[in-house]
Design a binder for this molecule. Structure first.
Ligand SMILES: Nc1ncnc2c1ncn2[C@@H]1O[C@H](COP(=O)(O)OP(=O)(O)OP(=O)(O)O)[C@@H](O)[C@H]1O
Length: 313
């Protein structure tokens, strides 16, 4: 079996007296995108900084392609590309100067550097700005340059800390497409506090809250978990609860007002169609039907409270 590109064992970190992360375990494969989702202060940056060797952990181990980053940092880091939350861009460098400098830091040979920089620029769509000063690029293009420095040495693992933060909607779409593209032939782990972003990009999700992993599974499993199980209806002729309970799949009804009820169902999303059909058939005069979507804050609260520690990754 192929070695996982990233393995984290019992990772904990304490800043002075406060634990920022506690007992984090995870393992990710050689390709695909993994999303690290967490609210502000959850511990995403701390985890990523340790994975990339930018911060020395208090406890636990991180292996990059089987190599322990603490005991063998140079070899482990050769397989990592990192875009920190505040990209380390030099505003007075041109794109070419900056990427040359970064390739040098990666100890690339002069011979391989030229082609590698050309490849990274092409991949990130910045080749036409090669001679432009970074300070004269838009936010989206600066982020592309940040990603180009993270892939210039062709690492097997790319770590991106909130890569779309602060970008406008078009730039976000472009950077997401770029992330998808670079993940075709390597593993990418990126952090975000935006659930929809993780949903559109990732095959696996790790949710971190208060420094602990509270959910780790596939995106499909997560979507199942957060699927709505209740809906709100408003009807001119709201029927008695027992009539609504006769609709297949409904297991509870709370009448809220003379015209409004909350209906609980078994998770089968076709329920809305059946409610609409029953309403038409019985002249209940449906005015509104809304699925109760769980907000990201509620999901975090639920997962943190139930301490759902799934570590089957
Ligand atoms: N250098 C530091 N010294 C002391 N405490 C820190 C330091 N860096 C982070 N923390 C604390 O550690 C916890 C985790 O922070 P971290 O930056 O890892 O979270 P995050 O999920 O990346 O949040 P954000 O999205 O706001 O960056 C927070 O409580 C934060 O205040």
């Amino acid at each position: 079996m192929q070695e996982s590109i990233l393995k984290i064992k019992h990772l904990s970190h304490r800043y002075s007296s406060n634990w920022a992360i506690r007992d984090i375990n995870m393992e990710i494969g050689q390709t695909g995108i993994v999303g690290l989702l967490g609210s502000n202060g959850a511990g995403k940056s701390t985890t990523m900084n340790i994975i990339c060797g930018a911060l020395n952990q208090t406890e636990g181990d991180v292996y990059i392609n089987g190599v322990n980053i603490k005991t063998n940092p140079q070899q482990a880091k050769s397989n990592i590309g990192f875009l920190p939350q505040n990209p380390p861009l030099y505003m007075d460098f041109t794109v070419d100067e900056y990427l040359n400098y970064c390739a040098g830091l990666r100890l690339m040979s002069k011979d391989s550097m030229k082609q590698a920089i050309k490849d990274a620029k092409e991949r990130c769509g910045v080749e036409h700005f090669s001679k432009r000063l970074i300070k004269n690029l838009s936010g989206g293009y600066r982020q592309r340059v940040g990603i180009a420095q993270a892939i210039v040495h062709k690492p097997k693992l790319v770590v991106l800390d909130e890569p779309t933060n602060g970008l406008d909607p078009n730039q976000i779409t472009e950077v997401r497409a770029l992330i998808k593209d670079i993940a075709k032939d390597r593993a990418v782990i990126f952090s975000s506090h935006v659930l929809s972003e993780v949903q559109v990009l990732c095959k696996d999700i790790k949710m971190i809250e208060n420094g602990r992993i509270v959910f780790a599974d596939t995106m499909d499993a997560f979507n199942n978990y957060v699927e709505p199980h209740s809906l709100l209806v408003s009807m001119e002729n709201l029927p008695p609860e027992e009539d609504l309970l006769r609709i297949n799949g409904i297991n509870r009804v709370d009448t809220l007002t003379a015209r409004q009820a909350r209906i609980y169902f078994n998770g089968d999303q076709d329920i809305t169609e059946r409610v609409v059909a029953a309403s038409v058939e019985n002249n209940w005069r449906l005015r509104e039907i809304v699925l109760d979507k769980t907000s990201i804050d509620e999901i975090f609260a639920q997962l943190s409270n139930s301490s759902k520690q799934i570590t089957n990754s």
